[in-house]
Each structure stands twice: as structure tokens, then as C-alpha cells.
Ligand binder design. Structure first.
Ligand code: SF4
Length: 447
């Protein structure tokens, strides 16, 4: 079993491998030449933000794009669907298109035509709010979502340096790194006042968008206002900049944030979002280590998609994350949104992955909880069999699940019916991509 798991994991590249480091350094030279910029500028996060690549024409000067990729990006821009790549993240993409090595990295930011067309069509529909997770139903005030009784999400900025194609907040994010996406001063003040007077709240997740797009002073201002409330014992900062823009993690930013981490009184933690071992680089490791050296924990939330779902692929990610100082925290089943069909994986593949692959890893590596984030209900723990039922198998083989609200013992709430993607189609897709589907054959026995 150990040899088998190693054999599988050796198939996947990690960005810390010598070959990958060399490739990325050549990519960086090519990108710098294109922008006529220097190594010094490359180290500045604001330089990357002012050189985000936002169209297919520019992108194709630096990497080869397939016709499908080129068309989908062009269409996305025409239909005003956010698209962008930071020069740093572009350096993680292999020059030639169509290889398996960087497939997950490309899929993170380059939409498919299916995605663009579906999203554009649903935006046209009058009844479509796009708020798939029904966040606005649990928003007591602008800028805040309160899905759990004592935890809130604070969203001071609704944009990111680049947009993950499957982003659950794509209904709120209008463009990549857009200055208009910052919560107005008044709204932020009202949100902070609301938290101050709502004393049952003991934890705040500052997210967005990516709050590390704010200036140091602005971010520290928000954290310090939260920390001034005795009832707030934990502040989480959700950011993908260690992956997309590690230059943002400067010594001064980390030092100033770490002032609010006060053992025994208040915890400040960083939650990031690595999706694939190929996204891990010496630079992202250094960004993580800066936090760790100041005593801040760094956790990872992974979205389990088609692109990291092959045998032992997520195991390799967890193993590498631990080595760079990140603790795997949650692994989310992909949402049931139509436009992200390309990413969706049957729920049972995630359960199988936990029972057959993650199980072989030591406990310190398989620390993540696998969850289905149910619209309107919040996180449903997939390991807890009593939290969901398989209630039917439809004529096309798709499974229908009923998810029970986590609070069902405490208050009344409706259940949620979910039609999963087809296991058969998933296996066929794996086969087309060169996988031996005999390796997955027990998938049918999970539910
Ligand atoms: S980093 Fe998070 S908020 Fe930003 S695009 Fe990706 S999933 Fe959405």
C-alpha cells in the first residue's frame, strides 16, 4: 500500500521540485522581458497589481494558449466576466498549453467556454441573484454575513488579485482588483459598530474578496478595531495572496498583524487557499514562514475539484502543505453551480479519497475536515453519516441527497436536496485523461 501511494504521488509535480523551480525562473525572465521590468520590481506586490494580465491577447505573448482558452478568455472579457492573472501566478504556468503538469493551475484562472456561456446566461435571467450560498439571507448589515450564531464574516473588499473560476462569491465580485470593490467608510464603520454591540459574536473571519489587497494601515485599522472588543477571541484573515501574490506578505505587514495575536486572550490566524502542489513554490513557502516566525498559524482551505481529485493528488498537496508550515483545515466539495460543472466531482469521490487515500497518511497530515457547504445551511460534515442521506438514484444514474441542517436539534430549518454529478461521467472523464479507472472502482460503494 505504501509503495502504491508513492507511485501515485510521484506522478504529480510539486512547485518545490528542482525542475519546477528552474522552469519558473525562466518564466519570470520571459515575463519581465515582456514588461521591460526588473527583478527589483518583481519583488514589489504593487508592481504585480499594476501589471495584472487581463486579456487573451496580452497573455498569449507570454504563454501558449489553446484555441479554446483564447476564445473563452476573449468571450469572458466581452461579457464582462472577471478575468485576470498576476505576473507572479503566470510564472507558475508552463509555457506550452495542454500538458497535465500545470493543468490545475491553468484551470484556476482560465475559464472554460462552458463556464463563460453559462454564467453570462444566468446573469441575464431576472430571477437569478447569483447568491448561490444565500449569503444575503444571513446578512444583518452590509459587509457582514452571519451564518453561525457566534461567528461572522466581514467583507471589507470584494475583489481579488485574480479570480478562481469556481469562486462562490463571483456574484459579488465585479472585476479583478477593482478599486470600487472596497466597502465604503460608512458601511465599514456600521459593520464594526454592529460587531461591537453584538456581544455573542466571538469570532470574525475577515475575507472578501482578499483583504490583503487593502493597505497595511487600513487592514491593521480593521483588525485593531475588532481586537478592541473583549468578546472577540479569534480573528481569522482569509487570503490567497501567499499563492497568487506572495510578495504581499512583507515583514512589516506580518509584524504589525502579529501584535494582535495575544496567547490566552485572542488568536489571530491566517487561512489560505492552495489548490494543488504545483502552486507551492519557494516564494509561497517563504510567505507562510514569515507568518509562522511571528507565531501566527496558517491553515488551508482546499476546494476538491476535478483538477485535484485524482488518486493521491490531494494527499500530496496535504503532505507538501505540512512541510511548508500550513495545516490542512477544510476540504470543500465543489458547489452545485451549473457554470462550474467542469470542476464538480461526485461527493463519493471525496469520501473515497478520505477512506482509502488520506487514511494512509499520518494524523498530522490528514487534519482537514471534509465538508459540503450547503446553500443556506452552512457546512455539512461529510464524515458524519447521519448528516446526509442518499434518497434516490435517478434514471440517468445521478444520486440525489438530502442534507440535514447542522442545527436541526436546536431549531427548525429545512433540509436541502442536492442532485450530484454522475459518477459514471466522472470516471469516463478520468479515463479520457489517462487514468486507470480500476483504481477508482470502489467508488460505487460509498454514499
Ligand atoms: S481567492 Fe477566494 S474570494 Fe478570491 S476568487 Fe478565489 S475563491 Fe473567490
Amino acid at each position: 500500500m505504501a509503495r502504491n501511494s508513492q507511485k501515485h504521488m510521484q506522478k504529480y509535480d510539486c512547485g518545490l521540485d528542482n525542475g519546477a523551480v528552474r522552469r519558473r525562473s525562466r518564466n519570470k525572465v520571459r515575463i519581465l522581458e515582456y514588461f521591460k521590468a526588473t527583478d527589483l520590481e518583481w519583488e514589489k506586490w504593487k508592481w504585480h497589481l499594476s501589471h495584472i494580465i487581463r486579456d487573451a491577447q496580452t497573455l498569449k505573448q507570454m504563454v501558449r494558449l489553446s484555441d479554446q482558452e483564447y476564445d473563452a478568455i476573449t468571450l469572458a472579457r466581452r461579457l464582462k466576466i472577471p478575468f485576470g492573472i498576476t505576473p507572479y501566478y503566470l510564472s507558475l504556468i508552463d509555457f506550452d498549453s495542454g500538458g497535465m503538469r500545470d493543468r490545475a493551475v491553468r484551470a484556476q484562472v482560465i475559464p472554460s467556454r462552458h463556464y463563460v456561456e453559462k454564467l453570462a446566461a444566468s446573469k441575464q435571467r431576472q430571477d437569478h441573484s447569483g447568491d448561490f450560498m444565500l449569503e444575503s439571507d444571513t446578512s444583518p448589515i452590509d459587509g457582514i454575513t452571519r451564518r453561525y450564531p457566534n461567528i461572522v464574516i466581514l467583507k471589507p473588499v470584494l475583489t481579488c488579485p485574480q479570480i478562481c473560476v469556481y469562486c462562490q462569491r463571483n456574484w459579488e465580485i465585479e472585476d479583478v482588483y477593482s478599486p470600487q470593490a472596497v466597502l465604503t467608510k460608512d458601511k465599514l464603520e456600521n459593520a464594526l459598530q454592529w460587531i461591537k454591540k453584538t456581544e455573542e459574536i466571538n469570532e470574525v473571519l475577515i475575507t472578501g474578496g482578499d483583504p490583503l489587497l487593502l493597505s497595511n494601515a487600513r487592514l491593521e485599522g480593521i483588525v485593531s478595531r475588532l481586537a478592541a472588543n473583549a468578546h472577540i477571541i479569534r480573528i481569522r484573515i482569509g487570503t490567497r495572496t501567499p499563492v497568487t501574490l506572495p510578495q504581499r506578505i512583507t515583514e512589516s505587514l506580518v509584524r504589525n498583524l502579529a501584535r494582535f495575536h495575544s496567547p490566552g486572550k485572542r488568536e489571530l490566524i491566517i487561512v489560505t487557499h492552495f489548490e494543488h502542489p504545483y502552486e507551492i513554490t519557494p516564494q509561497s513557502m517563504e510567505a507562510v514562514q514569515k507568518f509562522r516566525r511571528q507565531g501566527l498559524e496558517v491553515y488551508n482551505q482546499q476546494v476538491f475539484t476535478y483538477f485535484n481529485s485524482r488518486k493521491f493528488e490531494s494527499c500530496l498537496l496535504r503532505q507538501k502543505l505540512r512541510l511548508i508550515g500550513v495545516t490542512p483545515y477544510y476540504t470543500f466539495n465543489t458547489k452545485g453551480k451549473e457554470e462550474t460543472d467542469d470542476f464538480r466531482v461526485p461527493i463519493v469521490r471525496l469520501i473515497q479519497e478520505q477512506k482509502e487515500e488520506a487514511r494512509l497518511m499520518p494524523g498530522t497530515v490528514r487534519t482537514d475536515e471534509i465538508v459540503f457547504n450547503v446553500p443556506g445551511l452552512g457546512k455539512n460534515y461529510l464524515k458524519a453519516i447521519q448528516h446526509h442521506d442518499l434518497i434516490s438514484i435517478l434514471p440517468d444514474g445521478k444520486r440525489l441527497y438530502e442534507f440535514h441542517p447542522w442545527e436541526k436539534k436546536l431549531s427548525l430549518a429545512d433540509t436541502y436536496l442536492y442532485k450530484d454529478v454522475s459518477i459514471h461521467d466522472y470516471l469516463l472523464r478520468l479515463k479520457t485523461d489517462g487514468e486507470d479507472i480500476a483504481d477508482y472502482k470502489t467508488i460505487w460503494y460509498y454514499y
